[in-house]
Design a protein around this ligand. Structure first.
Ligand code: FPP
Length: 249
């Protein structure tokens, strides 16, 4: 930790505790570029990205933000070189195995969202174990989007509801936002108030399409492995300076 980060162990005094986001979502972009800039293989960027994510999770806990969601692997990421995909799958598994005890100690509740059926079975087992063991934890809700796509999530919800209609347990008139949300992977988790994307790209890339309807978007040019508490503080300051109207005046 840098000296500046140590100072930031508590909520900075220029932030209003009563107006913090309840849920922060992050698109962790720029790992590959971070590595390239240093003449390292891309996978080193992902490796360092894990450290940045760990510290952000701790920071949310330290500063009183109850939910964090990270986009770890999109449905489109399968198109990357095979070695990189394999490295990422192994990395997820290794990190989960390594961090489970600490997550228990820190009262973290983890949930994976996405089509998990396509993941390697050893990773699926680790996911299942971490979700089960942390299920009763009452601290920060940590959601990891893996083989996740927002359109795919919406379609699977539509299919599930269509089945209920076909079986006669739901009438088409009863389909409202609340019923729809019960069929999303994020059921029970509040919508993100703030989306942070690193590396300067101005896109949401199929992430939480339904849930992001009123999220404030903050984009920084910082590459993900360099995203730290100083940057997060900056994002929260800008968030608190915004006027959230939710479509009203
Ligand atoms: C995007 O950067 C990053 C990813 C696709 C992977 C992110 C995953 C982690 C940081 C690991 C998280 C681990 C757990 C267990 C949740 P990029 O490769 O697209 O970077 P580039 O745009 O510079 O090429």
């Amino acid at each position: 930790m840098t000296a500046k980060q140590i100072v930031l162990q508590e909520l900075p005094s220029d932030l209003d505790k009563s107006r913090l986001p309840e849920h922060v979502a992050v698109i962790m972009d720029g790992n590959g570029r971070w590595a390239k800039q240093r003449g390292l293989p891309r996978i080193m960027g992902h490796q360092r990205g894990v450290d940045a994510l760990k510290d952000l999770l701790r920071c949310c806990r330290d500063w009183g933000i109850p939910a964090l969601t990270a986009y770890a692997f999109s449905t489109e990421n399968w198109g990357r070189p095979l070695e990189e995909v394999e490295f990422l799958m192994t990395l997820f598994e290794r990190v989960l195995r390594r961090e489970l005890r600490e997550m228990m100690e820190e009262n973290v509740k983890i949930r994976f969202i996405g089509d998990l059926s396509a993941l390697p079975s050893s990773l699926r087992e680790e996911i299942e174990r971490s979700q089960q063991e942390t299920a009763k934890n009452t601290g920060i809700q940590f959601t990891v989007a893996t083989n996740y796509g927002g359109r795919q999530e919406i379609l699977q919800a539509c299919r599930a509801i269509a089945r209920h209609v076909q079986e006669g347990t739901v009438s088409p008139e009863a389909i409202d936002e609340s019923l729809f949300e019960q069929h999303l992977y994020t059921e029970g988790i509040p919508h993100p108030d703030l989306l942070i994307r690193t590396s300067g790209e101005l896109r949401i890339s199929n992430f939480l399409l339904w849930q992001m309807a009123y999220a404030e978007i903050y984009v920084t040019r910082t590459l993900w492995p360099d995203f730290d508490r100083v940057q997060f503080h900056q994002a929260l300051k800008e968030y608190q300076d915004r006027d959230r109207r939710f479509g009203k005046v």
